[in-house]
Ligand binder design. Sequence first.
Ligand code: SF4
Length: 222
Amino acid sequence: MTPARTPTASEDAYTAEPFVPQRGGLAALRKAAADCHGCPLHRDATQTVFGAGDTGARVLLVGEQPGDQEDRQGRPFVGPAGRVLDRALDEAGIDPAETYATNAVKHFKFTQNPARGKRRIHKAPTLREMTACGPWLAAELALVEPDVVVTLGATAGKALLGSSFRVTRQRGTVLEEDVHGRCEQVVATIHPSAVLRADEADRATAYAGLVDDLKVAARVLG
Ligand code: SF4
């Protein structure tokens, strides 16, 4: 697959756009994304973690970025948060096998404190990095053509809906939005990792909220 034009990524213009092939399905996109140098995040991560799942899915799920396990295994949502997500989808009436899952940013961003060993601590991507990675998400949306897009967490919401997005204000309703030039029905909710991070006393409530929001997405499907 030939890239659209010669890839360049200057400090001034981070973007994945030159790396995105103009034709081809998921395999072609994934192969091209493996060599993306559209922003500096590829330098420290193990590999590109491209979206995965059913390209004929009616539900497209968008998280923030790969986590530690996803970075090592090369697939999105394979860690503990992914297991929470699968359980919540199932409870909401959405078969996880009939979804397509991806992240707004395809490389794992992290920091390491040498004093605390080799543990990699998740670091949120900047708006510039999310914007740089946007052409991959645009290509995935064009490929899958979902009936509903579910954003998981504040960062994914901002990546799709703009920097004024607030998950607490906009979650659990059907939003009609222009996303990368396509009119999409979007349902926002929390990231499943927020359930894992919640205090034990609040965890059940956080999980129930996630399921309730996913039920809103399920209702879009009819
Ligand atoms: S984060 Fe996105 S834009 Fe940056 S190098 Fe990775 S795939 Fe390319």
